[in-house]
Design a protein around this ligand. Structure first.
Ligand SMILES: [Zn+2]
Length: 62
């Protein structure tokens, strides 16, 4: 995808329920120190915004 935007920081897309849900899951996992749930959420976020928003997250994104 030639015009993909690469970002280092994930910001939920305004009006996107999936972004909001995945971000909430990631924050909850981080708060609970649930490493595996946090990793799962990060993978899903990366896949979702790549597929649905045309945004690539850089390595080490937060
Ligand atoms: Zn989204």
């Amino acid at each position: 995808m030639a015009d993909a935007v690469t970002k280092r920081r994930f910001t939920p897309e305004a009006g996107c329920g999936r972004c909001a849900r995945l971000d909430a899951a990631r924050r909850r996992a981080a708060r609970d120190r649930d490493r595996s749930a946090e990793t799962d959420a990060r993978v899903l976020i990366k896949q979702h915004i790549s597929a649905d928003h045309g945004t690539e997250l850089a390595v080490g994104w937060s």
